[in-house]
Design a protein around this ligand. Structure first.
Ligand SMILES: *Cc1c(COP(=O)(O)O)cnc(C)c1O
Length: 507
């Protein structure tokens, strides 16, 4: 697998080593263990046993070791450097959380164990649920959803169940123009037609447009607050009044709860349901696509339609309600997934909450907002702010400052990689032209922020000075340069075949 952009004999770049697929490393008969030949046994499969080889690669132990270690080093991670990805909240994952999550009593429980043997784990879920309800000011929470988007689905399905229970088959869901793509996708998956609500010139939902679109056919309004422009929706009370006046539900996308945790309780703002991304606000790892966790808090109006399962205090300790027949007066619409939710993430999130305490969580949101405003203050001389005024936990620029330079937002982001930074979020939200959305989080030091700011300022000045070629050629220091991301998304090569030429995929 020769890299195209390097002239070394091996294709490696220093100690950054090219790594073939594990299947390409296969050599017949190679093995990590020596097992005795199995004794002959009588065929018990009625002649249906497999006759072909299974097709797994034959490898030695060091090969396997190096393969996965090298793959792990190809990932950029919050543990490796600053990750200013707006909307996604890439904050430090405290090691204390990891330590607690690895305690055998928590790490080794099995979801099918009888409740009497996992009382501590159930208590942990119950305690986390308690603090989630306390922090959000909401009476109920569905713990099982496995990510933010899954939580949105849970929230809208709960709202739909409540509407159906009152014989109210509404057809429309309203979503602001600045919304994350998962909001309209969720509404569409639930069978609703989606209508976009424009923003006003302050980057907030246009209240008049919202009022005009609301009628008794609207099932829900899905707001993000603070919104994806990094701005607090300061007319949220008027919005919730208008939504409830037509009998609709008020969904809040809580992905940005980290900006207000400890300071604002969504329950006080008239919200009916809101997901929390434990992997954003509460510092659990995003895990390379691994387990997220998206509990959904619910208002009184929706609580009894929450999905199974949930933990209750029974006569003999904690119990899990798994079936509708055991759900007393509640009318769960079903369940979101097998078992109870992402236990490992529950442990980490609770460890985070308990180690911070109420005052610490308040400090988290204050520092996140302070850091973002520091970026805003120092960068807005050279970059163009999408909307004037202070921001919350993330700051949104548009590509106005690149006008006439032949450098695009994409080029700018690629140049950040050469400088050793993960790029900011690009081209989202869609309401800002060529958006650059930066979220520093509270866990970056002043030194890190200064270095990042100085780098962005330097690049902005270079772009304006006419150095377009450097940007268009970036990144120059990565194992691969520009990838055909459209082809990678639309025509992914997911299956290795013995004669396929690796390196073709997405390049
Ligand atoms: C991250 C995010 C989501 C989706 O959350 P996942 O946990 O990635 O599924 C939804 N809305 C907003 C605003 C987000 O930032």
């Amino acid at each position: 697998m020769a890299a195209k952009d390097t002239d070394t004999f091996t294709g490696n770049k220093g100690l950054r080593i090219e790594e073939p697929l594990i299947f390409e490393q296969h050599a017949p008969g190679r093995s990590g263990v020596d097992l005795p030949e199995p004794p002959a046994v009588q065929d018990r499969l009625g002649g249906l046993e497999r006759r072909d080889v299974i097709g797994l690669p034959d490898l030695s132990e060091p090969q396997v070791m190096r393969h996965y270690t090298r793959l792990s080093q190809k990932n950029f991670a919050i543990d490796a450097g600053f990750y200013p990805l707006g909307s996604c909240t890439m904050k430090h994952n405290p090691r204390l959380n990891e330590k607690v999550a690895r305690l055998p009593g928590l790490a080794d429980v099995h979801p099918l164990q009888p409740a009497s043997t996992v009382q501590g784990a159930l208590r942990l879920i119950d305690t986390l649920a308690h603090w989630i309800k306390t922090l959000t000011g909401m009476p109920a929470v569905a713990m099982s959803p496995a990510a933010g988007a899954h939580g949105e689905l849970c929230g809208l399905m709960t709202a739909r169940a409540a509407l159906e229970a009152r014989g109210d088959a509404r057809k429309r869901v309203l979503v602001p123009d600045s919304a994350h793509g998962t909001n309209p996708a969720t509404a569409a998956i639930c069978g609703y037609s989606v209508e976009a609500i424009p923003l006003n010139d302050r980057g907030r939902v246009d209240l008049a447009a919202l009022r005009a679109a609301l009628d008794e056919d609207v099932a829900a309004f899905m707001l993000t607050n603070p919104n994806t422009c990094g701005l607090f929706e300061d007319e949220i009370l008027e919005q919730s009044q208008a939504v409830h006046d037509v009998g609709a539900f008020f969904y809040c996308d809580g992905a940005n709860f980290n900006a207000i945790v400890g300071r604002v309780r969504p329950g006080d703002l008239g919200i009916d349901c809101m997901h929390l991304n434990l992997h954003k606000t509460f510092s659990t790892p995003h895990g390379g696509g691994g387990p997220g966790s998206g509990p959904v808090v619910l208002s009184e109006a929706l609580a009894s339609y929450a999905p199974l399962p949930w933990v209750v205090h029974g006569d003999d300790g904690y119990e899990v309600v798994e079936h509708e027949a055991d759900a007393s007066d509640a009318e769960p619409y079903g369940r979101m997934k097998a078992y109870h939710g992402q236990m490992g993430m529950f442990v980490r999130a609770l460890a985070y909450m308990m180690s911070h305490g109420a005052d610490g969580l308040k400090q988290v949101s204050s520092d996140a907002v302070l850091n973002a405003n520091y970026l805003l203050a120092r960068l807005s001389d050279e970059l163009t702010l999408a909307y004037d005024g202070p921001c919350m936990h993330e700051v949104l620029f548009d590509d106005g400052f690149l006008k006439g330079t032949d450098v695009t937002t994409l080029d700018f982001a690629k140049a950040m990689i050469d400088e050793g930074f993960h790029p900011m979020t690009m081209y989202f939200p869609l309401v800002a032209h060529g958006a650059l959305l930066m979220e520093p989080t509270e866990t970056e030091s002043r030194d890190n922020l200064e270095q990042y700011i100085d780098t962005v300022l330097d690049l902005a000045r270079r772009a304006k000075a006419g150095d377009a070629q450097t940007f268009q050629d970036a990144p120059g220091y990565t194992p691969r340069r520009r990838l055909d991301e459209t082809a990678a998304a639309r025509c992914p090569i997911l299956r290795w075949k013995p004669d396929s030429v690796s390196g073709e995929a997405a390049e």
